[in-house]
Structure formats: structure tokens, C-alpha cells
Design a binder for this molecule. Structure first.
Ligand code: SIN
Length: 307
């Protein structure tokens, strides 16, 4: 039987043909995955995090496996915002997929400059990363302090023109709703969560941390219950659409995030094992919605019935 469920969702005015995005930092700029399938199958691509200037990232080793996940300390390796606009955006624009640029700055002003460039270049959304655990300046320094998170959000909004601004929140805080509220009050159009959880692995033979930077960010199936809980808390605290992510590898995982309150979801680490994971997640979500007798996948959003 053909699937009759309407899969479109509206994330802060950005209408996607299905709710499944790919998470920043796990998909590069799409070129490698474009060898496997048509990128138009996906709802949205959150591109690899950009900075104002090119970055080489942190020294290796910067990836380590863990039970049910991986630790990364990549450190925002990227070609810089101008190179993205010149070389990568035209590639992504060949496909019928929403392009979400992810940005990190050393100062609020840098976020503003990048927003202006990206808005002029015509991306569909800007994801403001205030939650990278692997850099000294910016990153978690902004994402763990409500007043700084608000300042970055205001600066981004002031320079993004009509392009919606989505702020990416860190789980490495005592109460994520404090940051969510500050960012919402500062004018964010949407929120994405969760970024990775800070973690560490030690080689017991050498007594050395496995990652050169000692610590990194944990992602993968192990973090899904944390993501579901945080999406649920944030959805109750603020009235903004949420892109939920963290450990999604199948339709049921995505459905949990949507039931908790997410409008759309992003697949990340799962794609390192299976490049087709976003397509499987999309199809799994459609099956779940159909089994429930829904006419639209959007009816899942916030439909959890807490005890
Ligand atoms: C990284 O490049 O270090 C990961 C980015 C992030 O966690 O925000």
C-alpha cells in the first residue's frame, strides 16, 4: 500500500518535504554522500560548521569509538565561510533540499559578519552553534551562559535579514531550559538540540587519554534518551520549533524526538556506519505515522502523553 502520510513539516517558516535533516559535522558538504543517493531525498542538510576563517581543527587522534557511540574532538575544521559560499553552496543548490549553514564565532561580531554573508548568499536557514565542546574561544563559553547566548543570538538576528536563525544548544549545562529561554527572548526563530555530551576515554596501557585534546563530545545511540528528555523539557519551556537530534538511527528514534516536541529531526553519527540512515529514518517515520492512522507526520510533534 503506498504511504499516504503528508511528510512535510514547517520549521520556522522553512518548509521541508520531510522532517529528516542531517546533522552538522557528520555530512561534510554532502559531496561524499551524493555518490550514494540523490541528496533531494533528504529534508535538510546542516552543513559542516563554518568559521569566519579557515580552520585546520585539532590534532589527531580526534575520533574514538565508545560503547554505543563516538567521541570527537574535531575542533571545527572547515574551509571558512567564503569558501563555503563560493565552492560548496553551488554544489548543494543542485538538489531540492533545504540548506542550513552552521556557524561558530570567536566573538558575537564574527557571528554577525557570517550571518550577513550567508543571508546574502541565500541559505535557507542559519544554525548558530554556541555548543561546540572542542574549541577554546566561543563554543561552550557562549552555550553555557544565558547572557552570552542571548548576545550571540541578538547579533545573529540583527545580520541575518529574512533568513531564520536556529540556535544549537549544548546538553553540558545544569538546566538547558535557562539557555533556551534566554535565546528565545533574544529573538531566535528555532532551536536545535542536543549537541554532544563532553566525555573522555583513557588508554589503560599508556595511561593517556585516547583523544589528543583529552576530552571530546559524545554522540551516537548512547545519547538518545538524553536528547529526548531535553527536547521534552525545552518544548515545554519555550514556544519555538525544535530540530531534535542526538543518537537517531531509525524511525522510532526520530518519532520519540517528535513526540517529545521536535518539529523535525537530524541524523548524525548513524551515517558513519550506514550512509543511507537518513532515508531509512524517513521511511521508518512514515511507517510509524501510518500505523498510528495519522494523515500528517507533523501530528507526532508534542503528542507525548506523560504519566
Ligand atoms: C567539532 O568540529 O569539534 C564539532 C562541532 C561541534 O560539536 O559543535
Amino acid at each position: 500500500m503506498p504511504n499516504q502520510v503528508d511528510m512535510t513539516v514547517n520549521l520556522a517558516g522553512m518548509v521541508m518535504k520531510n522532517p529528516v535533516c542531517v546533522a552538522s559535522g557528520t555530512y561534510g558538504f554532502g559531496r561524499e554522500y551524493g555518490q550514494f543517493y540523490d541528496l533531494s531525498e533528504i529534508g535538510g542538510i546542516c552543513a559542516k560548521g563554518l568559521t569566519l576563517h579557515r580552520r585546520e581543527g585539532n590534532p589527531a587522534p580526534r575520533i574514538a569509538e565508545t560503547p554505543m557511540g563516538i567521541l570527537n574532538s574535531v575542533g571545527l575544521q572547515n574551509p571558512g565561510v567564503d569558501a563555503f559560499i563560493e565552492h560548496e553552496l553551488p554544489y548543494l543548490r543542485q538538489f531540492d533540499v533545504k540548506v542550513i549553514a552552521n556557524i561558530s564565532g570567536n566573538t558575537p561580531e564574527e557571528y554577525g559578519i557570517m550571518c550577513e554573508k550567508l543571508a546574502e548568499a541565500g541559505v535557507d536557514m542559519i544554525e548558530v552553534n554556541i555548543s561546540c565542546p572542542n574549541v577554546k574561544a566561543g563554543g561552550l563559553a557562549y552555550g553555557t551562559r544565558p547572557e552570552l547566548a542571548a548576545e550571540v543570538t541578538r547579533e545573529a538576528k540583527a545580520h541575518a535579514g529574512p533568513v531564520p536563525v536556529m540556535v544549537k544548544l549544548s546538553p553540558n549545562v545544569t538546566d538547558i531550559t535557562d539557555i533556551a529561554k534566554a535565546v528565545a527572548d533574544a529573538g531566535a526563530d528555532a532551536l536545535s538540540l542536543i549537541n554532544t555530551l563532553r566525555g573522555m576515554r583513557i588508554d589503560v596501557n599508556t595511561n593517556r587519554p585516547v583523544l589528543k585534546m583529552n576530552t571530546g563530545g559524545l554522540s551516537g545511540p548512547a545519547v538518545l534518551p538524553v536528547a529526548v528528555r531535553m527536547v521534552w523539557e525545552v518544548a515545554q519551556a519555550v514556544n519555538l520549533p525544535i530540530l531534535g537530534m542526538g543518537g537517531v538511527s531509525k524511525g522510532e528514534d526520530a518519532a520519540q524526538l517528535m513526540l517529545a516536541g521536535a518539529t523535525a529531526v537530524a541524523v548524525g553519527t548513524a551515517m558513519f556506519a550506514d550512509p543511507f540512515a537518513p532515508i531509512a529514518v524517513r521511511d521508518g517515520l512514515a511507517d510509524i505515522a501510518q500505523r498510528k492512522g495519522l494523515t500528517a507526520v507533523a501530528q507526532l510533534t508534542g503528542a507525548v502523553q506523560p504519566w
